[in-house]
Write a protein that binds this ligand. Structure first.
Ligand code: HEC
Ligand code: HEC
Ligand code: HEC
Ligand code: HEC
Ligand code: HEC
Ligand code: HEC
Ligand code: HEC
Length: 309
């Protein structure tokens, strides 16, 4: 659908919107939703970003923010649906929005508005290795709120199995970036954090549905994730005594290296390879043995037949 056709379609709604009594947050959301539940599909904005026009109002209402008004986050849209930035947005939110505008090109004010209600969390994320990647290095690769919690309109509690951060989905969500070759190369990151976790004792138990084994954020924290060589990281040096100790009472310096992402050293490596070679050669021996026996049976019977005639 062309942009013009779309506007013709929504023009009557626009009129309706302006004459509707605009009081209260539910009414305000209803105004926005009058257009945004009836429009379908994606559109390229003047700024060149692709946006999803449709908002599923039932799913929005069922989300953790179901009671909020659209303009609690889309603050610059107060009064007039799509006005340009106005005085209504507090200076603090505007300052935050400019820090993250490289990543949030559709409505950086909305993405900064989370800090109004989740102030402490927001500070932590901005100071994490992921947040600094965006706010200080001005890249777009680091994880921010929506990379971990999903679409801003349909956020569900982390305890809900559908959350991208649930025990069921977390490994895959972190893996979207931590298995991405381009990101690994660009930041010189270790390649195997996902496969090594999946193959670890913890990962195997998680796969079987164990509810007490750690996921990524049990060892790395979540909002304040740091580089492994940052002394404030929970996986830095002896900080691991406390980190592993949350679940392994009496964890000490000898215990903490038992699980890492690093490939196993040469001894376990060659032991494993050796066992595989031994197993395969045993099978090969059995197969050759059975074949030879079958061959000798056939030969014997043919030979005997020949003698009888
Ligand atoms: C009259 C119909 C209509 C109403 C009412 C409306 N929108 Fe939109 N909205 C649109 C259209 C059409 C687009 C895409 C056009 C564009 O901006 O390029 C859009 C785009 C957006 C975008 C993407 C960013 C942007 O600036 O393009 C956001 C965010 C948005 N609307 C939020 C809201 C909010 C919040 C409200 C209520 C305060 C609202 N809309 C009310 C029709 C409407
Ligand atoms: C909890 C905060 C929050 C609330 C509440 C909220 N939005 Fe959004 N919305 C966002 C954020 C954040 C973005 C993404 C901004 C970006 O990446 O630049 C967004 C994006 C959008 C977009 C662009 C479409 C896309 O690609 O996702 C539209 C349209 C939109 N919102 C409309 C609405 C409407 C209509 C409502 C009310 C029913 C609403 N929003 C409520 C935070 C919110
Ligand atoms: C790297 C992934 C990640 C990022 C980025 C992230 N979160 Fe979270 N968030 C989590 C996880 C995991 C939990 C659940 C932690 C737990 O309780 O075990 C959580 C929990 C929460 C909670 C529930 C209360 C709490 O602190 O436990 C809120 C609110 C929240 N996040 C908001 C945000 C906001 C706002 C942002 C952006 C500024 C954000 N999150 C960025 C992973 C993330
Ligand atoms: C106007 C205040 C307000 C704004 C703005 C806001 N939130 Fe929330 N958020 C809340 C409230 C209140 C809850 C708790 C709802 C509940 O407990 O049922 C919540 C819950 C959450 C949770 C649930 C975590 C969990 O596991 O329970 C996450 C994640 C979250 N918000 C992220 C965000 C993000 C990301 C943004 C910005 C796009 C944002 N919030 C903007 C008020 C807000
Ligand atoms: C049992 C605790 C534990 C769990 C669970 C865990 N990690 Fe780690 N992680 C560590 C330790 C310890 C290090 C530092 C030493 C190393 O590389 O093994 C580390 C290092 C890292 C690094 C830095 C690698 C580099 O390039 O230097 C990343 C990235 C990482 N982990 C991501 C993850 C992800 C993603 C998950 C979930 C799939 C995860 N971790 C699960 C303990 C854990
Ligand atoms: C949107 C992509 C993305 C997602 C999703 C993501 N990360 Fe990252 N992560 C990055 C990037 C990019 C870096 C490197 C940032 C830099 O160095 O500037 C990084 C760095 C890290 C580091 C520090 C590595 C080091 O140098 O020691 C850890 C630990 C980490 N992430 C863990 C996680 C965990 C755990 C999750 C899931 C809860 C996760 N990440 C989700 C992109 C992501
Ligand atoms: C969130 C809790 C949690 C954290 C954090 C955690 N583990 Fe575990 N770990 C478990 C559980 C649960 C088991 C499985 C116990 C069982 O079923 O026998 C386990 C099993 C193990 C095992 C298998 C042998 C054994 O002792 O049962 C090793 C080794 C191990 N963890 C090492 C570590 C190390 C090293 C760390 C820190 C880097 C760590 N774990 C962090 C919960 C945790």
């Amino acid at each position: 659908m062309s942009y013009k056709k779309l506007l013709t379609l929504v023009a009557p709604l626009l009129v309706l919107t302006f004459f509707a009594p605009g009081t209260g947050s539910a009414q305000e959301s209803a105004n926005c939703l009058a257009c945004h539940t009836s429009m379908k599909g994606r559109l390229k904005t003047a700024g060149g970003t692709i946006i999803e026009l449709n908002i599923d109002s039932e799913k929005f209402q069922a989300s953790v923010h179901g009671s909020l008004s659209c303009t609690d986050c889309h603050m610059r849209f107060t009064d007039n649906p799509h006005a340009t930035p106005g005085a209504a947005v507090p200076a603090e939110i505007l300052a935050t929005s400019s820090k993250i505008s490289a990543k949030h090109t559709i409505d950086p004010v909305a993405a900064a508005a989370c800090s109004k209600c989740h102030k402490e969390t927001y500070e932590k994320v901005l100071n994490s290795i992921h947040g600094k990647n965006i706010a200080e290095k001005h890249q777009t690769d680091g994880a921010f709120c929506l990379d971990c919690h999903g679409s801003p309109h349909y956020i569900v509690p982390v305890k809900n199995p559908d959350s991208k951060m649930s025990r069921k989905n977390q490994i895959e969500t972190c893996g979207r970036c931590h298995e991405d070759k381009k990101i690994l190369e660009k930041y010189n990151l270790q390649e195997n954090v996902i496969p090594s976790f999946i193959e670890s004792f913890h990962g195997r138990k998680l796969h079987l549905g164990h509810t007490k084994v750690p996921v990524c954020t049990s060892c790395h924290n979540y909002h304040d994730i740091k580089a492994k060589d940052d002394p404030s990281s929970p996986v830095f040096g002896n900080n691991r005594i406390e980190t592993c100790g949350k679940c392994h009472k009496g964890a000490n310096e000898k215990f903490i290296p038992a699980i890492t992402h690093r490939p196993p050293g040469p001894i376990p490596h060659y032991t494993e390879k050796g066992l595989i070679v031994l197993l395969l050669s045993t099978f090969a021996f059995i197969i050759v043995h059975v074949l030879l026996e079958a061959f000798s049976d056939i030969r014997d019977s043919v030979f005997r037949k020949g003698r009888k005639e």
